[in-house]
Design a protein around this ligand. Sequence first.
Ligand code: A3P
Length: 354
Amino acid sequence: MAIPNFNVCHKLELLKEEGKSGDPKHQEGEGEEEEVQSYEFQEMLESLPKERGWRTRYLYLFQGFWCQSKEIQAIMSFQKHFKSLQNDVVLATIPKSGTTWLKALTFTVLNRHRFDPVFSTTDHPLLTSNPHDLVPFFEYKLYANGDVPDLSGLASPRTFATHVPFGSLKDSIEEPGVKVVYLCRNPFDTFISSWHYINNIKSEAVSPVSLEEGFDLYCRGVIGFGPFWEHMLGYWKESLRTPEKVLFLRYEDLKQDMESNLKKLASFLDVPFTEEEEQKGVVHSISDLCSFENLKKLEVNKSSKSIKNFENMHLFRKGEVSDWVNYLSPPQAERLSALVDDKLGGYGLTFRYN
Ligand code: A3P
């Protein structure tokens, strides 16, 4: 098996994030998101429908989904420059569905011969690096801030992550053998997790989003990379159409039965666990190493910053199924439930809420 080159991944992480040169214009009022834009980009942005943002002033409707101006720049650059290679692995999620967890699991599964999860109890990369440093996002890391990285030195299988919907990813992953793993979480918990996270990390220049306001935006589809139903459906349909290319996992299933889902993941990635590995406890060790309790207590996840300037600690809140019952009123739960039935019910995409 080819093993990803961990050192190169780390070098990528060290790429300095710099503003664009050229003829810049600052967009006002984005607070921490304040950024440098060309006039052409600004013009294009102004032509897009926009709504109140959650942690920046606006979200724009770009290619049918809502996102921030800085993300649009990075996504356009990714779509223009990224060339997939056979065996690339892309982890896809809508934010707050367990992306960090999926990155930890996939990295550990793919690199288990190099970093033994059973015996490397002190020197496994996950103990000193946040999962976002080990599996970079296209839009927040690799193609952010005008960077166009040279990814040719990465060993196969190169492993990346993205929040973009399938429709905006598909042209970039046409190479045969590219695999996509989608992690889906029930929309109720995803909303509550998003609401907490965004209010924790948003800039002071943007007023907090109340639960009521956030809920209304969410139900209207206005959330980063949403509408959530279209995001989920895009990957769901593709996983049914091409199961060898897209694996659809559920957060709640991982919580309930990590080991069989890990085996599914490893087989899908063409690195199934051998009987010997299972007897040695490899599957169990990966599950333990990547558990919420283990990752949350690590120093790197308590005190560092891995995505932009956001504290890693906000990536690990409760890690539970059904926390939404502590926040949503019965009428809100009814509204969301009806929406989920309406948008997803006809497609066989179902959720567990406990
Ligand atoms: P909560 O806010 O409900 O606790 P993402 O990684 O996509 O940003 O998703 C974050 C959500 O996943 C948060 O949910 C976080 O606590 C949870 N999470 C992070 N690491 C996890 C892990 N190892 N196991 C289970 N859940 C995890």
